[in-house]
Design a protein around this ligand. Structure first.
Ligand SMILES: [Zn+2]
Length: 548
C-alpha cells in the first residue's frame, strides 16, 4: 500500500505539473495572438467624429454599442444582456435645473446669491418644485468614521437643519477611507441619518487651488442622471434632503458673515479636527425648479462560458466604459470630444481580450463576462446598475478587471494595479505584469483616489474584489519623459476635444498592456480559489457580502 500510494502521489504530482505546463502554453499561445493593430482599428472607429463623442443617450453612443455587440458576435462571444441580446437596458432619469435660488437671512440682513457665480446646484430628482428654509449648522467635513474614532456630528443637533460642511474628508485619513467618506453620496447619507433637511458644500482653499471654481462651472449646466428602479424611483437619492448646493469661496464668506468662529479659523483647524460644530446664525432658503425626462441607454454584455463544470458558474468580469462626454463647447471650433483614450482605447483593449480568449482551446475554466458600460462619465451609472442588477447571479461575480483611459503616450515601462493591494488579486496582478515584462509601481497619485473613481468601484461597493491596471509614468525610452507626457495629457487633453486619434499611441505598449490584462483575467479564471479581500481590509469589511 505504501509503495502504491507513493506511486499515485508521483502520478498526481506529474499530472499537476503537466497541467501547469499546459496552462502556461495555452496562455502563451493566447498572448501571442494579441494584435495591437486590431486594438488600434477599433479605437479608430470608436473615436471617429461620426460617433460624436459617444454621450450617454445619444445616437453616437448607440452606434458604438451596436458596433461593440457586432464585434463580440463576430469573435464568437455569446450575448449576456436582456432577453438573449447583447444589451442590458439601463433605465435613467434625467433631471435638469430650470431655476435655482439661495438666500441667507441673518442679523446683518438678507443676502441673495447669484447662481453659478456663488453656487452650483443640480436639480431635485424627486420633485419639480423643492424649497426648504432652515437654520444652517456647520458640521466640519460632515464625516462619521467610527473605526477612525472620528465624528463631526458628535454632540451636534442638526435635526431639521441645513448642514454646511467642507467638501472632501480629513487628509490624515488613510487614502481609501478618505475617498469613501469624501464621496457626496456618503456625506449626504450621513447628513440624512442625523436628521438634516438640506446640505451646503464648502470648498477648502486646497481644493480651490486644485480645481478652480471656473473649471467646475464647465459641468454646472448639464442635466444630472440617475438610474431608476422598476418602480421608477431614482437610485442614490434621499427624499428627506430638500435642497443642496456647492458654494463658491465668496458665498462661503457670506455664509460665515456673523459666524461665532471666523472662516479662517475653520480652515486652519479643519485638519486638526474634529472640533465641535456650531450654528452659523444664518437661516438659508434653497429652492429649485426641475424638469425630468425618463430615458435609457444600454450596457453591452458578452459571455465566454467557462470550460470547467465546477467553476463555470463563477464569473470574471472585464469592464470598460464605452461612453464619453459628447459634443460640447471646445477650443478652436472642434466641439466633438472623441475620447480616443477616454475610453475608446480601454473598450478596444477589452474587445481584443474577448476576441483572443474566445479563440482559445480549451477555454478558461471560469466564465468570463465582457461588459461595456454606459454613463460612466455621469457618475459610474452603467456599472453601478450592472453590479446592482447583474444579468448573472450577483453572488457568482468573482472579480472585476476594469480598463479606463490607459495612457500609452510613450513606450511604457511599468503599470499600476489600482486597488490590487486590498485583495488576493495583488499577487496575480504582479505576476501578470511580470509575464509581459512590466514592473508593478505603487499608485503615483494616491491623493487622486483613482480606485474609487472608475467603474471597478461599483463592483467593490457590492463586495466584489476588483482591480484596474493603468500604465505608469515610467518611460522605457530614455529620450521620452513619461511623467511630463502623462501630466501634459491630463492638463491639455483630458475631457477636451483634442483627446482624439491624432495623439501619440504606442503600438508596442498597447500590445503589452492588453496582454497584461489578458494574463490577469486568465489567472483569475484558472484558479480554484476565487479572489478574496485581505483580512481586515477596509473595503472588504465595509462592503461585506456573503461569499459566492
Ligand atoms: Zn472620462
Amino acid at each position: 500500500m505504501k509503495r502504491l500510494s507513493g506511486l499515485s502521489l508521483a502520478v498526481a504530482l506529474a499530472l499537476c505539473v503537466t497541467k501547469a505546463v499546459a496552462e502556461d502554453e495555452a496562455l502563451a499561445a493566447a498572448l501571442a495572438r494579441v494584435s495591437a493593430p486590431a486594438v488600434r482599428a477599433n479605437v479608430e472607429f470608436l473615436a471617429d467624429d461620426l460617433l460624436e463623442g459617444r454621450d450617454t443617450g445619444t445616437r453616437g453612443y448607440d452606434l458604438a454599442a451596436r458596433y461593440v455587440a457586432t464585434q463580440l458576435a463576430l469573435a464568437g462571444i455569446a450575448p449576456a444582456g436582456d432577453a438573449g441580446s447583447f444589451f442590458q437596458r439601463v433605465p435613467l432619469l434625467e433631471t435638469r435645473l430650470v431655476e435655482g435660488s439661495i438666500s441667507f437671512a441673518s442679523a446683518s440682513g438678507i443676502a441673495t446669491l447669484v447662481r453659478n457665480e456663488d453656487f452650483i446646484m443640480t436639480g431635485d430628482s424627486l420633485r419639480p418644485e423643492a424649497k426648504v428654509t432652515a437654520p444652517v449648522v456647520f458640521a466640519g467635513f460632515g464625516v462619521t468614521a467610527q473605526k477612525l474614532r472620528y465624528d463631526d456630528y458628535a454632540g451636534l443637533d442638526v435635526k431639521g437643519k441645513i448642514v454646511a460642511m467642507l467638501s472632501n474628508a480629513p487628509a490624515r485619513f488613510p487614502s481609501e477611507e478618505r475617498a469613501y467618506h469624501a464621496s457626496r453620496t456618503r456625506k449626504a447619507e450621513n447628513a440624512v441619518q442625523h436628521g438634516a433637511v438640506g446640505l451646503l458644500l464648502l470648498r477648502t482653499p486646497e481644493e480651490e487651488a486644485r480645481t478652480p471654481w471656473a473649471r467646475l462651472l464647465g459641468y454646472a449646466d448639464g442635466p444630472s442622471l440617475r438610474w431608476t428602479h422598476p418602480d421608477g424611483s431614482p437610485e442614490g437619492v434621499f427624499p428627506s434632503l430638500q435642497g443642496g448646493a456647492a458654494l463658491s469661496a465668496r458665498a462661503t464668506e457670506r455664509l460665515f458673515a456673523v459666524s461665532p468662529v471666523p472662516l479662517a479659523t475653520v480652515f486652519a483647524r479643519a485638519e486638526k479636527g474634529p472640533f465641535p460644530g456650531f450654528a452659523l446664525g444664518v437661516t438659508a432658503t434653497l429652492s429649485a425648479r426641475s424638469e425630468h425626462v425618463r430615458t435609457s441607454s444600454p450596457n453591452v454584455v458578452g459571455l465566454l462560458e467557462g470550460s470547467d463544470p465546477k467553476l463555470r458558474g463563477s464569473y470574471v468580469v472585464y469592464s470598460a466604459h464605452l461612453d464619453h462626454v459628447g459634443v460640447r463647447a471646445g477650443e478652436g471650433g472642434d466641439r466633438i470630444h472623441n475620447g480616443a483614450y477616454d475610453n475608446a482605447l480601454g473598450s478596444a483593449v477589452v474587445l481584443e481580450v474577448a476576441r483572443v480568449l474566445a479563440g482559445q482551446k480549451p477555454r478558461p475554466r471560469r466564465s468570463l463576462l465582457f461588459l461595456f458600460v454606459t454613463a460612466e462619465e455621469k457618475g459610474l451609472l452603467g456599472s453601478d446598475y450592472f453590479a446592482s442588477r447583474p444579468t448573472v447571479p450577483a453572488s457568482a461575480l468573482a472579480a472585476n478587471v476594469n480598463v479606463d483611459m490607459p495612457l500609452v503616450l510613450f513606450p511604457i515601462g511599468d503599470v499600476v494595479a489600482f486597488g490590487a493591494e486590498n485583495s488576493t488579486l495583488e499577487a496575480k496582478a504582479r505576476s501578470a505584469a511580470a509575464s509581459v515584462g512590466l514592473s508593478l509601481s505603487p499608485d503615483p497619485m494616491p491623493e487622486e483616489t483613482i480606485f474609487v473613481r472608475s467603474d471597478q468601484y461599483s463592483f467593490v461597493r457590492k463586495g466584489v474584489p476588483a482591480v484596474m491596471f493603468s500604465p505608469g509614468m515610467r518611460s522605457a525610452d530614455a529620450a521620452q519623459d513619461g511623467r511630463k507626457l502623462f501630466l501634459e495629457f491630463i492638463g491639455k487633453h483630458y475631457h477636451r476635444p483634442s483627446d482624439d486619434t491624432s495623439l501619440p499611441m504606442d503600438l508596442a505598449s498597447i500590445a503589452r498592456f492588453t496582454k497584461a490584462n489578458l494574463a490577469l483575467g486568465y489567472a483569475i479564471a484558472q484558479d480554484d480559489a476565487a479572489p478574496a479581500w485581505k483580512p481586515g481590509n477596509f473595503f472588504g469589511e465595509t462592503f461585506a457580502r456573503t461569499a459566492p
